[in-house]
Every structure is written in structure tokens, then in C-alpha cells.
Ligand binder design. Structure first.
Ligand SMILES: [Zn+2]
Length: 597
């Protein structure tokens, strides 16, 4: 039953929550702004779509957000949709694709995702194609020829495909009725999966005759949404933001003070949790260590970017088949994983932002069944993430170094990215971003196979200061995001409320979700079943004689029988919010605390 599925029942989707009002006035399905060129005539946006839905997709009804967006798109509007994975985003373009006269181009970040989609569409009898680098040259040519000959209602491509001029020529010969950007947060340089080629998509849509642009993503903060709208040059998009929070996900954080305590906590989760899950770790090295050590007692798979394609496929297959207790993985694992019954997600290291965290955690329990999302928090892990922050964007020196090397290239020669990066002594990823910026300024041209050609006499004359300043801002922003993530781990209040606030939905102080550790068992009790840190024995939890009657206040140092020494952050009624070294912030009854003089 796909019409209800994981997302039926309890979810209440809202059209245009208050914060989307920045994009457009709340309420109705939009009409194109009058000053813009009228879009090509499209299918009737008012038609009854249900019979069509049933006939082509064997579904009996729409899920929240689907029909509203489909009508907006059929009416010629741009649309931005934020819906969790599994909530039916694909249908939002697949159905219009069948009704619209021309081709629907879907830009997707991963070849594996496209393959999944085209396979499913094949089963439904929908004429869908993909052109990608995993195909042989002959297959690619055949696909191009078919598309050129007018075949195909839907065409899946990666953003990198648009670098290929022959391919672009093919597209220019076709009427493109809808331009879809899947995983659209990759467009945003504020997003955690930023892909430089996504930056070009706004311009590409325009060269394709500017059909309606539909951006789809699973997670996007208001800032990322604004950036997506801006980067894709969307015009007053219809915006739909689905319900973020799912009550079947139990959110918890287990504070740990050292690696052995953390390992013990992981051991508990692996023993207790039902079904299959994912253990996310920050580095390849740690993934390998955990896989090896815990692999002695549990059936585990290992997945990270440094494994060969074959090993990764094997790990994924075993995971999908439920043959393993868990896959130990870096964040390379997960995008496009469509396994509805993932029962637990453990973050052995917390990720660098709430976006990353929630995107990864929400892979659990898509079938609507109870699932656990556990962070094993350790203060020192902040350093692990801080390390990554330095490495994402080029700074001025790196931009200059790259530009200098490009300037030395003879005008007609093409040079590979690797060589440019090596000579500039700039990491490949950063050199690629600099080259992409230069490309936007018309200073260089990119050719097949990662080859670059200098076009301008003096590349160093390009003024990249604005972009580089952007990167500086972004670095600062990344640090802020990391702090938000730490806050999530340390809070003694409802975790869901904090996630909602982060994504722009405010609730008052009294609001609680009822499905996080802090709601179910306030930390004053310390030892909730869920938050139990094994190294802290429950027996050791005994009341400490209360202090001499002096009222505690913020700034006082206190001791607690289980959590040791801490700092009072605030006193609320008969409880204090105390920050304990290694145990996070907890609400503790005053008579369980003694003042340290
Ligand atoms: Zn809660």
C-alpha cells in the first residue's frame, strides 16, 4: 500500500508553513508572474489526476504535498519541495512527465539513484532513459540517439553530463517541458553535499528554453532553501515543506567520556536493537577499526569511499538483504539507500551539522515502525569535525596558486585537473572549485575527461573576491553549524524541539515530543533505559546529601553522585541545569547536588 505506507497515518503535512512566506504569499497555487514569459502550454492543471494516477502508477491517492506540487508544475510554476526520503518525491515529476508534451530532464547526483528510478519506471511501462558514465560509449550513443529521435518522457542525467557538448546539442533539439533537480541541496554551497557542477544548473535550464524548474530535497534549512531558489534562478517557486519529524524515531544521545565507554555503549546498542542498522563514523580508519573489533561478535558490513566498487556493492547488497546486524560506514553510505526497515542509526561520531545528522538519522524507520537514532557523544569529537571544516573550500592563497598554474598553460592546450592541482599544490577538490569559478567567469573551458583549457589571456585578472569572501562566510557558518550540532547533543530539553527550531519551526518552552530521551525520562533520573551508558552502573546512582541549604545559582560548581563535577547553568524551580564534564547538560534535582566550595 504505497498510498499510506510509512508516511500515511499520523503525519499532518502543512502547506506553506509561516517561514515559506518569504518566497511567496501564503495560500494558493501560484500563477506565473505576469512580467515573465508565459510558459509553453501544459497539461490541464485542474484535471482530475486520480484516474491517471491509478492507471499509470497503480496508486489510489496522493500523499501530502504531491498533488499540490504537481498542479503547480502543470500550471507552469517553479516549485521547491522538501520531503523526507520515502515520502514520494519522485511521483511529483513522474506524473507530470507523462502529461507534459516534451521531455522531463531529471538531474540526479548518483548513477545508482538513476538506475533505481529507471528500473522502477520500466516496470510501470514509463519510457525513461538515462545517459551516464557507467554505460559503455555505445550505450551512451544509443541512448542519445533515442532521445534525439524523440523517444523518452523522462531522462535522468548527472549534473556533470552537461559538460558534454554533444549531449547538450541533443537536448537542444528536444522540447524540454520540465527541468527537475533532485537532491537539490547539492546546489547550495551552504549544503553539506555541495557539488560544484550543480552551480551551473540555473544557466542550463535557461539555455534549454527555461521550462518550469522543480527542485526536490529531503532536508533543507530555510537558508539552504533560499540558496537553492537563488542558485537555480527559480521564479517565485511554489514551496512545499513536509513534516520533518516522525514520531516512530526515538532520538537519544549517550554521553561518553572515552573510547572504551563509547565502544561499550555501541556494544549495548548492537546487542539490544532489533533488525538492521547503520553505524556512522567520521573516518575511514575508525570505520575499519570498529568493523574489525565488533565484527568478532556481530555480523557487520563495512562501507567507505576508499573501498573498491565491488566491495561497496557487496556491503550494500548484504545490508539490503538484512544479512548483517549493521553496516559500519562513513557518510559515503546512505544516499539513495531505499531500505524501509532500518531499525537503528548510531552516530559513533556526531556529524558536522544538524542537516547531515537528521538526513542520516531519518534513514531509520521509513516503514513507520519504532526505530532508534542514537548519538554516542564525546566532547573531543568536536575536533574530528573541526578538522574537516578546514578542508572544504579554497581560500585566497589556494585560488591564486591555482590561477597561476592555469595562466602558465598554453592557450590551446588542455590539461587534466589532477595535474593542475598537483602543480598548484592545492587539494584536488579545492582546485576543482576554483576552476569552476573561473569557468563561470568565462576564463576557462572544461572538456571531457576532466581536462581544462585556458580561454582568457590572464586568468588571474578574474575577480573572485566575492566568491572567496562567500567561502570565508561559509567557513564561519560551518563552525556555527557544528556548534548547533553540539548543542543538540548536550541539551537536556526536548531534542525534537531543537531540530524543529533549527529548521525554522518554533515551539514554546513547554512543547515536548514524547519520543526523545529527554522527554521520556528527564535526565535528572540519569539512567533511562535508552540513555543508559554502560560504564555508569545504575547502582552508583544514589542521592547526594543536599547542600547546606544555600540556594544554588548559575555559575556555582557542584558535585553529583554519578556525573561528578559540573557547572550550574541555570536553576529552574527545584531543579538545576548542570553542565557535567563528559556527561553533557542535565536537569538535576537540587537535593541531588552538593556545592563544591
Ligand atoms: Zn522530545
Amino acid at each position: 500500500m504505497r498510498t499510506r505506507g510509512a508516511w500515511g497515518g499520523r503525519r499532518v503535512a502543512r502547506c506553506l508553513p509561516p517561514w515559506t512566506a518569504v518566497h511567496r504569499s501564503a495560500g494558493s497555487t501560484p500563477a506565473p508572474r505576469p512580467e515573465l514569459p508565459t510558459p509553453a502550454p501544459t497539461a490541464d492543471a485542474n484535471a482530475n489526476l486520480l484516474p491517471f494516477l491509478h492507471e499509470h502508477f497503480s496508486l489510489d491517492g496522493f500523499r501530502a504535498g504531491q498533488e499540490e506540487t504537481i498542479r503547480a508544475v502543470l500550471g507552469g510554476s517553479d516549485a521547491l519541495v522538501v520531503l523526507p526520503t520515502g515520502a514520494g518525491k519522485s511521483l511529483i515529476y513522474q506524473l507530470p512527465a507523462l502529461l507534459l508534451p516534451g521531455l522531463t530532464v531529471v538531474v540526479s547526483p548518483l548513477i545508482a539513484l538513476m538506475k533505481d528510478q529507471t528500473d522502477k519506471l520500466d516496470e510501470l511501462g514509463v519510457d525513461a532513459w538515462t545517459i551516464n558514465s557507467a554505460q559503455s560509449a555505445r550505450e551512451q550513443r544509443e541512448a542519445e540517439q533515442a532521445v534525439m529521435g524523440g523517444e523518452g518522457k523522462i531522462l535522468y542525467v548527472t549534473p556533470e553530463r552537461f559538460r558534454d557538448r554533444d549531449f547538450f546539442e541533443v537536448l537542444l533539439d528536444r522540447e524540454v517541458s520540465l527541468f527537475v533537480v533532485d537532491e537539490a541541496h547539492c546546489v547550495s554551497q551552504w549544503g553539506h553535499d555541495f557539488r560544484p557542477d550543480y552551480m551551473m544548473l540555473g544557466g542550463i535550464a535557461e539555455r534549454l528554453g527555461r521550462p518550469p524548474v522543480l527542485a526536490l530535497t529531503a532536508t533543507a534549512s530555510p537558508q539552504v532553501r533560499d540558496d537553492v531558489t537563488h542558485q537555480l534562478r527559480m521564479r517565485d517557486p511554489f514551496t512545499w515543506v513536509g513534516e520533518l519529524i516522525r514520531p516512530n524515531l526515538f532520538l537519544e544521545v549517550q554521553p561518553t567520556v572515552n573510547e572504551s565507554q563509547k565502544d561499550a555503549a555501541l556494544e549495548q546498542v548492537l546487542r539490544k536493537a532489533e533488525g538492521t542498522g547503520i553505524v556512522y563514523v567520521a573516518t575511514v580508519k575508525e570505520a575499519e577499526r570498529i568493523h574489525q573489533e565488533f565484527g568478532r561478535r556481530h555480523r557487520l558490513a563495512l562501507y567507505h569511499g576508499k573501498l573498491g566498487a565491488k566491495e561497496r556493492h557487496e556491503a550494500q547488497d548484504r545490508f539490503m538483504a538484512g544479512e548483517v546486524k549493521a553496516v559500519v560506514a562513513t557518510n559515503a553510505f546512505g544516499l539513495g539507500i531505499d531500505k524501509p526497515d532500518i531499525r537503528f542509526i548510531v552516530h559513533y561520531h556526531f556529524p558536522g551539522s544538524m542537516e547531515s545528522y537528521y538526513q542520516e538519522a531519518a534513514r531509520a524507520g521509513r516503514d513507520g515502525e519504532p526505530s532508534r537514532c542514537v548519538v554516542l557523544y564525546r566532547e573531543e569529537d568536536r575536533g574530528v569535525q573541526g578538522y574537516f571544516l578546514g578542508g572544504k573550500y579554497p581560500d585566497l592563497d589556494e585560488a591564486i596558486a591555482t590561477a597561476r598554474i592555469v595562466n602558465r598553460m598554453p592557450l590551446t592546450e588542455k590539461r587534466p585537473l589532477d595535474e593542475i592541482a598537483d602543480m598548484a599544490e592545492v587539494p584536488r577538490r579545492k582546485a576543482r572549485i576554483v576552476l569552476t569559478l573561473l569557468k563561470r567567469h568565462g576564463m576557462v573551458r572544461e572538456h571531457r575527461g576532466g581536462l581544462w583549457e585556458r580561454l582568457a589571456p590572464d586568468v588571474a585578472a578574474a575577480d573572485l573576491s566575492r566568491e572567496l569572501q562567500d567561502y570565508e562566510t561559509r567557513r564561519t557558518q560551518d563552525r556555527v553549524k557544528l556548534e548547533e550540532m553540539v548543542r543538540y547533543c548536550r541539551t537536556a530539553r526536548c531534542r525534537t524541539r531543537l531540530i524543529l527550531a533549527y529548521f525554522g519551526e518554533e515551539h514554546d518552552e513547554a512543547w515536548t515530543c514524547g519520543h526523545c530521551d529527554n522527554c521520556v525520562a528527564p535526565r535528572v533520573e540519569g539512567m533511562t533505559a535508552a540513555a543508559e551508558a554502560p560504564a555508569i552502573a545504575a547502582e552508583s546512582f544514589a542521592p547526594v546529601p543536599s547542600a547546606d541549604g544555600d540556594a544554588l545559582s548559575a555559575g556555582d560548581e557542584v558535585a553529583h553522585g554519578t556525573f561528578g563535577e559540573g557547572l550550574v547553568l541555570a536553576v529552574v524551580g527545584d531543579k538545576a541545569e548542570v553542565d557535567f564534564e563528559g556527561h553533557g547538560t542535565r536537569m538535576i534535582r537540587l537535593d541531588f547536588l552538593s556545592r563544591i566550595e
